[in-house]
Ligand binder design. Structure first.
Ligand code: PRT
Ligand code: MG
Length: 212
């Protein structure tokens, strides 16, 4: 069986391409244009599995893929069970933050013990973050455009990613707290690392070198 490598289209694939090239992995067709979900590469022992960004840890955890690349946001939210995370690739960098409408006094609301409604797709991370601060929150799960929630009165705050800050700014929101800095990581199935070490270790080493 060839190794299977889970990747997601969009940001992760875009920023991973130069790394793949440096490691000597050339997809046989362009994953961004192809409708194929399994794509052969220049290496006969490795194929790409195209998954949704938030599904990458799940595929690798359960052996649907031997390795993959996922943002730290997605990994923290998943919990990282069954995953080895050997390399911080330093790409797709951003920050996970708490953001509110400009003018909303977040610090006072927290100090007064107000129960905040927080909209996010990172529900586990959000619960953990506020529990650690001792702040009571009602978490509202969304699947897209968190930025809309405070503008419509759906929530007091959001937990989302910020890169340039443009999306927050254009929607009258401000970041009031950083939760974690985010970058993409190489992740490997822990069991596969034992049974397929001869194939996996050189790849891990090559990514570590390419990322440095
Ligand atoms: O498929 P699914 O919906 O689950 O994933 P996705 O659509 O979030 O995937 P994608 O391709 O957008 O993001 C994949 C990964 O890229 C994320 O998991 C992060 O690790 C990483 N990444 C890095 C980002 C950003 N930067 C980023 N800025 N992911 C999303 N954003 C969004 C952010 O959510 C916000 O809406 O960009 C907007 C903010 O950008 P600025 O530049 O305006 O601040
Ligand atoms: Mg997206």
């Amino acid at each position: 069986m060839p190794l299977s490598f889970a990747l997601s289209k969009g940001r992760i694939l875009e920023e991973t391409r130069p790394l793949l090239a440096r490691v000597g992995i050339r997809p046989k067709e362009d994953p961004e244009r192809s409708r194929r979900l399994v794509i052969d590469t220049s290496r006969r022992d490795l194929r790409l599995i195209m998954v949704r960004a938030s599904d990458t840890p799940t595929y690798v955890q359960h052996g649907g893929a031997d390795l993959g690349i996922a943002g730290r946001d997605v990994l923290v939210e998943h919990g990282g069970e069954g995953l080895y995370q050997p390399v911080d690739l330093g790409i797709a960098r951003c920050r996970m933050v708490v953001a509110v409408r400009k003018g909303f006094d977040y610090q006072s609301a927290v100090a007064q013990g107000a129960r905040l409604r927080v909209a996010t797709k990172y529900v586990n991370t959000t619960r953990q973050h506020f529990a650690a601060k001792g702040v009571h929150v009602d978490v509202i799960r969304l699947y897209g455009s968190m930025e809309l929630a405070p503008l419509t009165g759906l929530a007091d705050a959001i937990v989302d990613l910020v890169a340039t800050g443009r999306t927050l700014r254009e929607n009258g929101l401000v970041a009031v707290e950083e939760i974690i800095p985010v970058s993409a990581r190489l992740i490997v199935n822990q069991a596969a690392l034992k049974t397929k070490r001869a194939a996996l270790q050189p790849l891990i080493d090559a990514f570590a070198e390419a990322a440095a």
